[in-house]
Ligand binder design. Structure first.
Ligand code: HEM
Length: 193
């Protein structure tokens, strides 16, 4: 693997995108586990039943959603941040920074082509998630349900990308790309010392 250097702007954008995805994953994880509306609704109903009070399932779910909302707001804020970061990432090549590599370029090794395609496909899928997310919040109400169906599939490609990405980086670190992790963190490669 060729020893690329990662300028500060590349590293800042990379880590800002990576942290945003981790935050998104945490919010999705909380929504589908501890803060799941059905679990929280059941707790509300059980607790009230202990004092002989009753709320319908629909009322308990409405309360559960209200409890969850401040946590879920962070999903939406992070979505806006990511939209800004992606706008920046796509603008940078115009200024000669963080240029996209063409996977069709002649002479590239199979593994480099695979890497380039992985990034391109990931970027296209992220665009779909960002556009559907923005339309869920800002678009017409009738579109909400079909958009949500598409939007919630996003978690699968994100997890698949992270697994492939980390495996690729670790493979490079321990074979022909020694120092890659140092270079994406600090910009310098201490294997040359
Ligand atoms: C410990 C965690 C991570 C490490 C060590 C790491 C490392 C790297 C490295 C070394 C590159 C450059 C690879 C190359 O030259 O082709 C890279 C690129 C990239 N990483 Fe990560 N990464 C991490 C986490 C993430 C996460 C969580 C995401 C997003 C979900 C992410 C998204 C990307 C993207 C999209 C690129 C391509 C950037 C571009 O050139 O357009 N990374 N990463």
């Amino acid at each position: 693997m060729e020893k690329r250097s990662y300028p500060a702007v590349y590293r800042i954008v990379h880590w800002a995108i990576a942290v945003s995805f981790v935050l998104l994953i945490i919010t999705i994880f909380l929504r589908s586990t501890w803060m799941n509306k059905y679990n929280v609704a059941a707790i509300i109903q059980d607790q009230l039943a202990n004092t002989e009070q009753h709320v319908s399932e629909d009322q308990a779910i409405a309360l559960a959603k209200m409890i969850r909302q401040p946590m879920w707001d962070w999903h939406i804020y992070t979505g806006y941040v990511l939209t800004g970061l992606f706008a920046l990432r796509f603008m940078l090549p115009v200024f000669g920074r963080m240029k996209f590599q063409d996977p069709m370029e002649k002479g590239l090794s199979r593994i480099t082509k695979f890497r380039m395609w992985t990034y391109l496909i990931f970027y296209v899928l992220v665009m779909v998630s960002l556009v559907t997310g923005l339309l869920i919040v800002w678009g017409p109400k009738e579109w909400k349900e079909p958009l949500e169906q598409v939007h919630l599939l996003g978690i699968y490609y994100v997890l698949a990308f992270i697994a492939v990405h980390l495996a690729g980086v670790l493979k490079a670190e321990f074979t022909d790309g020694k120092g890659i992790v140092s270079r994406i963190v600090s910009g310098s490669d201490n294997t040359e010392q």
